[in-house]
Design a protein around this ligand. Structure first.
Ligand code: NDP
Length: 327
């Protein structure tokens, strides 16, 4: 019983015992079998249901806020160009505002909008006291300087948390707003009972919007954080080995089904941030079918991180309204 087979049998027995006593098993830290043993079938994390729960909580908070202040929180969305995916995202965000009792404004601009024209729109929204959150939908058409536009948004209305002032506050662990997708990832982990403190989190992707802020949030000294974080990107050597060392693997690279079962440690939590449009529909960056045979917890695409992103945008807009009226 000392060979690999003996270990696998002991692990399987241990799993059965833990299943009997703990319906939440598999947990995502603690004992793992050696790499290569795939004996776990993942629990699927239902981001849609979780976001509905959060939105119901927010609807109550918003109703209380309106009653106390007579102010209706308002999100203004700016969409430049005709990108179909961006149109869907903006529509969903507006719908979510309506459903939770907030107001939304929508400014649609043509593809050939100049920097000056876009800056004028942003400045007008900055000065509009009835607008509490401003969202400039990314990606902007080529030729528009995205960082400059994000920097033009009044930091107190910057519900996406892309303004350098808000990024700086986040890095110093005194965030004004947490960026929406990384905050959604953290909420998924927290509300699913995944222990992050001391866990090895591997984030694949280092973009300013997802990878980098996710890593920063999870490494902070804070509840739902305190993780040991490794960030990977296109130049990372031995990426499969690094991914396999993760207790929690977060993937945000924009490559359909890139992460396969052999890159996942049995029992690990896998969060798939990717949204890729393929001939077969929307798919994530994780090969769901193979990884679900190995991971302990896994998010689907669609229905995983995406709905949480929108819920966090609503949360940030309410917070922005509170900051602006001083409650
Ligand atoms: P970016 O294109 O800005 O960044 C991609 C990152 O992935 C880069 O850091 C890049 O590395 C890295 N990368 C690309 N290929 C590889 C590879 N083969 N191996 C390792 N690393 C790689 O993308 P975003 O961060 O904006 O988005 C990532 C995904 O998340 C997309 O599918 C996007 O649609 C989705 N998304 C989902 C959201 C949601 O709400 N669920 C919200 C936002 C994005 P390098 O820096 O070296 O180039």
């Amino acid at each position: 019983m000392d060979g690999g087979g003996g270990f696998a049998l002991r692990w399987a027995l241990l799993g059965c015992v833990r299943l009997c006593y703990n319906p939440g098993f598999p947990r995502n830290r603690g004992v793992f079998p050696p790499h290569g043993d795939s004996i776990v079938t993942a629990k699927i994390l239902d981001g849609k249901a979780l976001s509905q729960q959060i939105r119901a909580e927010l609807a109550e908070e918003i109703a209380d806020f309106i009653q106390d202040s007579s102010v209706v929180p308002c999100l203004a969305a700016v969409l430049v160009g005709d990108d179909p995916a961006s149109q869907v995202y903006v529509r969903n965000k507006q719908k979510a505002c309506d459903q939770t009792g907030m107001e939304s404004k929508f400014q649609r601009l043509p593809e050939d909008t100049s920097m000056e024209e876009l800056l004028t729109v942003v400045n007008r929204l900055n000065k509009d006291a009835s607008v509490h959150g401003i969202l400039v939908q990314s990606p902007l058409p080529g030729g528009l300087d995205e960082p400059r536009i994000f920097q033009a948004v009044n930091p107190i209305k910057d519900v996406d948390a892309f303004h350098p002032e808000n990024v700086g506050l986040l890095v110093q662990n005194r965030p004004r707003f947490l960026p929406c997708t990384p905050q959604g990832v953290q909420q998924l982990l927290l509300r699913s009972g995944v222990e992050t403190a001391g866990a090895h989190v591997v984030v694949v992707g280092r973009s300013d919007i997802v990878g980098k802020p996710t890593a920063i949030i999870l490494m902070q000294r804070a509840a739902g954080a305190d993780a040991t974080v490794t960030v990977c990107h296109s130049r990372t050597r031995n990426l499969p080995d690094v991914c396999r060392s993760a207790d929690i693997l977060i993937v945000a690279i924009g490559r359909p089904r890139f992460v396969t079962a052999d890159m996942v440690r049995p029992g690990a939590t896998v969060i798939d941030v990717g949204i890729n449009r393929t001939d077969e529909g929307l798919v994530g960056d994780v090969d769901f079918e193979s990884v679900k045979e190995v991971a302990g917890l896994l998010t689907p695409v669609p229905g995983g991180v995406g709905p949480l992103t929108i819920a966090m945008l609503l949360k940030n807009t309410l917070h922005a309204a509170r900051l602006q009226i001083g409650t």
